[in-house]
Design a binder for this molecule. Structure first.
Ligand code: PLP
Length: 394
């Protein structure tokens, strides 16, 4: 972030720390040699605590959507009944992937801006007219900036439909917030390099439970490139089945080392503080937040575009001042904007974003009080990170 580098505040890809950029520019290595095996092993081990699993994490070279496709085609068969719990456009996407491959998908949709409710999910599974082979659920719905409370939802699903595999899209959450794959009972979990992992796009990381590995032996959806068994077998000798995106592998390795140096709890606290600062700053600027307060995302925040604000020139002014935010997706296009706060994000970058928004609003002649949003963001970050409590306690 400087005069020459925008403050990239979209919910992935994120800005890269300097050492991650250097890592991505390293000379190529033999992906069938010991150096690669060492790095792959380090990534797999480094990811495990973030997934909350003792199972092996597979590294696929593809976008997050490729990871979602892998999750679906490895464990399901055409004709399987599947419940897709959708709270936005990414929930719709994974349901679409499953139906594209021939699953019989029921979609249970929440109003956009709201999380899925555990009792409604439980009720739907119990009254669903029969057996579901799998339940698809989004962790962080990036299109609406809502984070599903998976610590409640996954156990509720498992209790109501014990035989159903729980397939989780955590593309834009894992690495930024606590996740307990094994303890909650998730069966397949997917994330992607360009989100919380401080890296460029190009890798999807995916873990499967014992139940999911067993399901792969009988599932009949077609798969080749995304076959997780091929990935598992190659990983046994420190390789991936196909030529991997080596530059991104270098980056994720470096990103994980930065995260390890920072400490997992501190990484989560930084995301908490950045989310709190964004929410408070936007509200102080007069924006109304889109998502229900109880389940606002820790990695992205969405706000309504006021009806009397001409968004296109306003957004052009933000860009001119070096702030890049994301627009709305699907039916929210032109109605909301989103600010990403994940990966290497710092509270200082959020405060800078608030200052830019404030300056652009003032330049547009709107009634905002100079300095108020920055102060609100600062206060909220301090409160979220517990610094104030610690100071008060002496
Ligand atoms: N799922 C979620 C929740 C996402 O936020 C995204 C990307 O923004 C995806 C899936 C798809 O990832 P990709 O764009 O890498 O295919």
């Amino acid at each position: 972030m400087s005069r020459f580098e925008p403050n990239l505040r979209i919910p992935g890809p994120t800005g890269l720390p300097p050492s991650v950029r250097v890592a991505g520019g390293r000379q190529m290595i033999n992906h069938r040699g010991p150096a690669f095996a060492e790095i792959l092993g380090r990534i797999q081990a480094g990811m495990q605590p973030y997934f909350g699993t003792s199972g092996q994490v597979q590294v696929l070279s593809c976008a997050g959507t490729g990871g979602l496709e892998a999750a679906v085609v490895n464990v399901l068969s055409p004709g399987d009944r599947v419940l897709g719990i959708s709270i936005g456009s990414f929930g719709d996407r994974i349901a679409k992937i499953a139906s594209t491959y021939g699953a019989d998908v029921d979609v249970m949709a929440a109003e956009w801006g709201w999380a899925a409710a555990a009792d409604e999910v439980r009720e739907r599974l119990r009254s669903g007219g029969g057996h579901y082979r799998a339940v698809l659920i989004t962790h962080n719905e990036t299109s609406t900036a809502v984070m599903n409370p998976l610590h409640e939802l996954i156990p509720a699903i498992r209790a109501a439909a014990p035989d159903a595999l729980v397939i989780v899209d955590s593309v834009s959450a894992l690495g930024a917030v606590p996740f307990e794959m094994d303890a909650w009972g998730a069966d397949v979990v997917v994330t992607a390099s360009q989100k919380a992992w401080m890296s460029a796009p190009g890798l999807a990381m995916i873990a499967a439970s014992d139940r999911a590995w067993a399901a792969m032996e009988t599932a009949t959806m077609p798969r080749f490139y995304l076959d997780l068994r091929k990935h598992r077998d190659s990983a046994a000798s420190g390789e991936t089945p196909w030529t991997p995106a080596i530059a991104v592998v270098f980056q994720v390795d470096e990103g994980l080392q930065l995260m390890e140096a920072e400490g997992m709890a501190a990484v989560f606290a930084r995301h908490e503080a950045s989310a709190a600062a964004t929410q408070a700053g936007l509200e102080a600027l007069g924006f109304q937040l889109f998502a229900e307060p109880a389940n606002r995302s820790k990695t992205v925040t969405a706000a309504w575009i006021p009806e009397d604000l001409d968004w296109k020139p306003f957004n052009a002014e933000l860009r001119r001042r070096g702030l890049v935010v994301a627009g709305g997706q699907g039916k929210l296009t032109g109605r909301i904007f989103r600010i990403g706060h994940l990966g290497s994000v710092t509270v200082e970058e959020i405060i800078a974003a608030m200052a830019t928004l404030e300056a652009a609003l003032l330049a547009a002649g709107r009634d905002v009080e100079a300095g108020r949003a920055v102060a609100a963001a600062q206060r909220a970050a301090l409160e979220a990170s517990g610094v104030r409590a610690a100071v008060a306690a002496g």
